[in-house]
Design a protein around this ligand. Structure first.
Ligand code: 4NP
Length: 156
């Protein structure tokens, strides 16, 4: 039975949060927890609704054995505040947007991804307008912090 649900949120849900979801699922699968911990991702905008992740995100993930082609972009929706226990924004703008939408009776907890995972008040920078090396950097940042996030979820 799924006991914890985590939602990763960025602006477009094609670059950062799909990578976060893919890496998280891959690691959760590897430790045999996929029937207990669920994950999804969403964008604060609906600009790319229905789209595959950015080809640069798909490519960097594939190099590490993570398949993002099963994912499609979707906008964040109000029900997510109740359907997920933890809602993690990639940067402070994402968190501010989520905080502005959050109803007072929401059951989901909203936080900045790096802060929740590692206690660091740092963004996962948007790589959309940069080169391919930005995607590699984002991958490594997410991959490193994910270990701490999973430790926090499984020991709480
Ligand atoms: P993401 O990156 O928020 O990491 O998915 C972006 C994707 C698309 C746009 C901006 C950022 N855009 O302007 O369309």
């Amino acid at each position: 039975m799924i006991q914890k649900r985590v939602l990763f949120v960025c602006l477009g849900n094609i670059c950062r949060s799909p990578l976060a979801e893919g890496i998280f699922r891959h690691k959760i699968d590897a430790v045999g927890l996929s029937d207990q911990i669920g994950a999804d991702s969403a964008g604060t905008s609906g600009w790319h609704e229905g789209d595959l992740p950015d080809p640069r995100s798909i490519a960097v993930a594939r190099q590490y054995g993570v398949d993002l082609t099963v994912q499609r972009s979707r906008p964040f929706r109000q029900a997510d505040f109740y359907d997920f226990d933890l809602i993690l924004g990639m940067d402070s703008k994402n968190v501010t947007t989520l905080a502005g939408l959050k109803p007072s009776d929401a059951t989901g907890h909203v936080a900045l991804f790096m802060d929740y995972a590692e206690g660091r008040d740092e963004p996962v920078p948007d790589p959309y307008y940069g080169g391919d090396d930005g995607f590699e950097k984002v991958y490594r940042q997410l991959d490193g912090a994910m270990e701490a996030l999973i430790a926090r979820l499984t020991t709480a």
